[in-house]
Design a protein around this ligand. Sequence first.
Ligand code: SF4
Ligand code: SF4
Ligand code: SF4
Ligand code: FES
Length: 949
Amino acid sequence: MPLIKEIDTGTPIRVAETSVTLTIDGQSITVPAGTSVMAAAMSMGTKIPKLCATDMLEAFGSCRLCLVEIEGRKGTPASCTTPAEQGMVVRTQTDRLAKLRKGVMELYISDHPLDCLTCAANGDCELQDMAGAVGLREVRYGYEGANHFDAAKDLSNPYFAFDPAKCIVCSRCVRACEEVQGTFALTIDGRGFASAASPGGTDFLDSECVSCGACVQACPTATLIEKSVVEMGQPEHSVVTTCAYCGVGCSFKAEMQGDRVVRMVPFKDGKANEGHSCVKGRFAWGYATHKDRITSPMIREAITDPWREVSWDEAIAHAASAFRRIQAQYGKDAIGGITSSRCTNEETFLVQKLIRAGFGNNNVDTCARVCHSPTGYGLKTTFGTSAGTQDFRSVEEADVVLVIGANPTDGHPVFASRLKKRLRAGAKLIVADPRRIDLVKSPHIRAEHHLQLLPGTNVALVNAMAHVVVTEGLVDEAFVRERCDLRDFEVWARFIADERHSPEAVQDLTGVPAAEVRAAARLYATGGNAAIYYGLGVTEHSQGSTMVMGMANLAMATGNIGRDGVGVNPLRGQNNVQGACDMGSFPHEFSGYRHVSDDATREMFEAMWGRPLSAEPGLRIPNMLDEAVAGGFKGLYCQGEDIAQSDPNTQHVVAGLKAMECVVVQDLFLNETAKYAHVFLPGSSFLEKDGTFTNAERRVSRVRKVMAPLGGLADWEITLKLAQALGYPMRYDHPSQIMDEIAALTPTFAGVSYARIEELGSIQWPCNGAAPAGTPIMHVDRFVRGTGKFMITEFVPTDERTGARFPLILTTGRILSQYNVGAQTRRTANTAWHDEDVLEIHPFDAENRGVRDGDLVAVQSRSGEISLRAHVTERMQPGVVYTTFHHSRTGANVITTDYSDWATNCPEYKVTAVQVRRTNHLSAWQDLHDAEEKILTRIGDGSVPEAAE
Ligand code: SF4
Ligand code: SF4
Ligand code: SF4
Ligand code: FES
């Protein structure tokens, strides 16, 4: 495998309806209008020397290396900033140009340390390349004059180094931070000879920098360079794969030396990210080879026994015989499994197949239960498909963006950069969120409206917006008449027009002034293309499904569905949570969201799988745990999910796990759930296997193996072994064969195959005969269900109430540098930014309790008590506190409640009534956690793996 070098056309490729024809070095070429002379030349294979230009950035024209001659024009214009014109005659190679370019290079090189042979970028440095390209052999100006060779290095960022001595002041880093990332952390400090790139007069770690890596990628020299390259040297081959963190699904080149990753470089042809990245995918991949990885299968009789390392065969046989014994003793339905949204589509498909056909029941669920299950329910009911409506590119056509209950700059950073670019270009932003998230006000962006609602009042807010649309005559009647079920619409319109839904009637409830809601609703309805992007702040509520349908109602009523720039779009959490749902991970659905009670579908699966299948929906995760506590559910196969940390009411989860007789955990690390397991099967990271992930835009992308599984087997191979031992052999030699079976059984995947993905790069489902290249935008001419269905969305307050004992509302979320339960990111240098979870609290609430910034505070709810440090901040509104759940020792879910979405059981993580007080000791739960850690994770001789806290 060679090192993939993408072609850099110097300036961005334009798309235009008109084209121009020009002559370059005697050759005629036609390009889209607006294309630069440089890009036109590059596209016909003529390389023009350049330093300040790159096709990821708008042309800047500062280095003067790309000069050309144009007939009829004076001087030598820069080709990067000169647009190609009809009839233009350009010369790129003349003696005069060669002399000028050599002179420019000479000036650069005279202030550049000539340590090429020992420089980490040797062989991957554009300055070096350009010196060669212009034929520079000597420098007349000497090196003894003023220079920057002694400038101090900045090594503060954990992942990249900054050596200003090598800076050529091309501004590529500054522009990358502005144009691509949208953070504006860098400037060129000083003037003239004294000028240099700088992270705002401080070091990188203390600056506004969010470590996305865009500047490092843009830098043509070794000034900004990955520390891994400095330590390991240049990579020698690369493989394109997909990030294993969030649902944006960025494409990366894993650049390798042998089977060691040197760096992950965002792939320009990746359609989800177009060459951009965030700190997690770009830099936080070291967990994959962290010393905490468990690479031997282990078993134990009781959870209080130390783990015993055994062979794969022994571990698998142990698990299979325990499951069979339990079924013989307690019945077929006494066991079940959980698929992983971290694993590939193929692996997820196999686990649910094993459960349905091998276990003989439908007791399969996935972590989408606790995040986006209301999305599935709500969008399927209203539109007919359990997925977002757009591709990410669509946001570039939006005029108004409504972000509800999502924090894209932290949760979905690469999409956030794309969104911010559109907002800087003039689109209007409405944010509905209890916290003042960064998007509300960031460099060159200010939300028109921040609807700072109280947690738990989403439905009242969206109803109030719809009320304004209906009562102020803002309905897109033509769209509704043509595309939606009219009877449902009329019933809904009468319901929503009722005065009790008006912004004035609900403002005391939501906390959002009525005038603000009216203005936001008018903007959404009349501002042009309006797009909704939402996150778990919508779904993780007792009315999560109602809220999803409320947003769908709003979009349909205003005609904002079925074209570029509009839509209703869930920002999905985990890399493959969309895929896990698509693959049939829910207890009531086969792949492609078809109900298990549908005879025709079930018979098709029975014929393919050779086993009778149950028509009864199985148990959801919370039901499995309830049944376990009640004594009827005894065995669990848990692939790549840590329910003891991620699911609500930890005490109840732990009680359920402790009540089981065989818990099999398949994971990279001994996680919280593994403390209560009897069999541990070492899982494989995304670098160790082939497969596919499906991102939030329904895009199916390849995951490619770059190293052998550390434990010897990829996750799909482990499931095959378990199936074999359970007497249900499945035979596949490669994940591509599993995808072929998925395609054969799933109409929306009928056209998906590894060969087709190879051809197209990635595919957005539905991909079938009707859409052989996939479907970027859904519901274009008609809704998947035929007509759009308006649903009644009555606001019902949650049963979780504040009062004298618990006067504050706790809501939870994520931050940029950490990821979910933290199993991966806590094992990387990302802890430099967030090494413990903190409680964000408004100064008013803090002062009332005598709490100062940094104090240890106890947070108590009706479920339990934890302690953590306070961070006093005006991001919060009075009455609402916030924390993350990235560190197991925090135990954020010890205090969340059992309340859940009425339709899907998605837990109500976002609303917990709490009290906060100063304390000077850890909570009883945390003491218990620490004590159990020592007992329940012992391996062999009694050694305990170091906790990654
Ligand atoms: S890493 Fe990203 S955020 Fe930080 S300075 Fe570079 S471009 Fe800006
Ligand atoms: S740090 Fe790199 S990209 Fe930035 S101005 Fe210097 S040489 Fe150019
Ligand atoms: S935005 Fe998401 S998918 Fe992209 S690099 Fe970051 S974590 Fe990975
Ligand atoms: S590449 Fe055109 S001026 Fe620098």
